[in-house]
Design a protein around this ligand. Structure first.
Ligand code: NDP
Length: 327
C-alpha cells in the first residue's frame, strides 16, 4: 500500500460531501492501493452533522482510510493536503439576487484561496464544486498568488456525464460507447454541451442523431438537468455530483488515456476565449494531475455563437466580483 495522502473536503457534511467522502474512503478516487487521510472542513453549524458523517466513516471500516479529522480551521484543514475538494458554498436563499450570491461565495473562496496559498504543499490540486464553481475557482486562484492558476479546476464533469448519458440513451448504446462529448464554458444554464466531435461506437455522433434533436432537445436538457432532478427528487443532485468529482480527480491523477474530459480551467486565449476566466474545455489527462487542453478543433458557426454566450456570462460574473479580487 502507498503511504497516506491527505485529501481535504469542504462542506463535508453537506449532501454532496456525504456521498463524496464515502467514495474517497473506499479508494475509488485515488486507487485501491492508496491510503487516505481525510480532512473534513465545515462551518460551525456543520460540525454537528459532520460528527455523524465521521461515525459513518468509522462504521464503514474502510481498509484504505488511515485517519479522519474534522475542523472549521482552513489552515489546519488544507495543511499538507495533496487534494482539496471545495464543495461547501452558500446556497441561494429566498429573495437573494444572483449578485448577492456571487459576493457571498466570493468571500468564502477568497478566504479559502488565501489559506491554500499559505499552507498547501507544492503541487496541491484543487477541484471546485461549490457554485458558482467557475468564478469561485477564479476568486480562489487570485487569492493564491504563489500557486499556479492551473492548480485550480472547476468541475464540469457532471455536465459531461449527463450529456454522454443522454446521447447514449438516444443512440441506444451503453454509455461506455460514447466519447468526445464536450462541455464548453460555465457550469450553468449557458454551458454549451457540444456533440460536433462526439463519437458513438467510433462513429461520428452527428451521423446518428439529427441536428434538430441536438438543438431542441439535447442541449436544453443537459443545461437544465439539475432542475429536472430537483423536480423529481425534491432535492438537488448529490450522488451524481459526488460521482463526477470522483471521476474528475481520478482521471486527473491516474490519467485517462486519450479520452477527452471537460474541465473548467484558466483560459489562455485558445478558441478566442477571453484570457483569465475559468472556462470549460476538453482536456486530456496524463496522470499526476498533468492535463492539456485539446487544441485546434474546428468550430462551426453555431458552436461559436454558443461558446460566446457562455463566455459573456463568465466575464460578467468575473466583473461582478472584481472589486473583491486583490491587485
Ligand atoms: P450540496 O452538498 O448539495 O452542494 C454543495 C455545493 O455544490 C453547492 O454550491 C451546489 O450548488 C454545488 N454543486 C455543484 N454542482 C452541483 C450539482 N451538479 N448538483 C448539485 N449541486 C452542485 O449543499 P449542502 O447545502 O447540502 O451542503 C453544503 C455544505 O457546505 C453545508 O454542510 C455547509 O455547512 C457547508 N459550507 C461550508 C463552508 C466552508 O467549508 N467554508 C462554506 C459554506 C458552506 P447549488 O447550490 O447551485 O446546488
Amino acid at each position: 500500500l502507498l503511504p497516506p495522502l491527505k485529501v481535504a473536503v469542504t462542506g463535508a457534511a453537506g449532501q454532496i460531501g456525504y456521498a463524496l467522502v464515502m467514495r474517497i474512503a473506499s479508494g475509488e478516487m485515488l486507487g485501491k492501493d492508496q491510503l487516505i487521510d481525510l480532512s473534513l472542513i465545515e462551518t460551525d453549524q456543520g460540525m454537528s452533522p459532520l460528527r455523524g458523517v465521521m461515525m459513518e466513516l468509522e462504521d464503514g471500516a474502510f481498509p484504505l482510510l488511515n485517519k479522519v479529522t474534522a475542523t472549521t480551521d482552513l489552515n489546519e484543514g488544507f495543511g499538507d493536503a495533496a487534494f482539496n475538494l471545495l464543495v461547501g458554498a452558500t446556497p441561494r436563499g429566498p429573495g437573494m439576487e444572483r449578485a448577492d450570491l456571487m459576493a457571498a461565495n466570493a468571500k468564502i473562496f477568497a478566504e479559502q484561496g488565501k489559506a491554500l496559498n499559505d499552507v498547501a504543499p507544492i503541487g496541491a490540486k484543487i477541484l471546485v464544486v461549490g457554485n458558482p464553481a467557475n468564478t469561485n475557482a477564479l476568486v480562489a486562484s487570485h487569492n493564491a498568488p504563489d500557486m499556479w492558476p492551473e492548480q485550480f479546476v472547476a468541475m464540469t464533469r457532471l455536465d459531461q456525464s449527463r450529456a454522454a448519458a443522454l446521447l447514449a440513451e438516444k443512440a441506444d448504446v451503453p454509455v461506455k460507447d460514447v466519447d468526445r462529448v464536450i462541455i464548453w464554458g460555465n457550469h450553468s444554464a449557458t454551458q454549451y454541451p457540444d456533440l460536433s466531435h462526439a463519437r458513438v461506437g467510433g462513429k461520428w455522433a452527428k451521423s446518428i442523431v439529427d441536428d434538430k434533436w441536438i438543438t431542441d432537445d439535447f442541449i436544453p436538457r443537459v443545461q437544465k438537468r439539475g432542475a429536472e432532478v430537483i423536480d423529481a427528487r425534491g432535492a438537488s443532485s448529490a450522488a451524481s455530483a459526488a460521482s463526477a468529482a470522483i471521476d474528475a480527480v481520478r482521471d486527473m491523477q491516474l490519467g485517462s488515456g486519450d479520452a477527452w474530459q471537460s474541465n473548467a480551467i484558466p483560459s489562455d486565449g485558445s478558441y478566442g476565449i477571453a484570457d483569465g476566466i475559468w472556462y470549460s474545455v476538453p482536456t486530456v489527462c496524463h496522470g499526476d494531475s498533468h492535463y492539456r487542453r485539446v487544441q485546434k478543433l474546428p468550430i462551426d458557426e453555431f458552436s461559436a455563437k454558443m461558446m460566446t454566450k457562455t463566455e459573456k456570462e463568465l466575464i460578467a460574473e468575473r466583473d461582478s466580483v472584481r472589486h473583491l479580487l486583490p491587485g
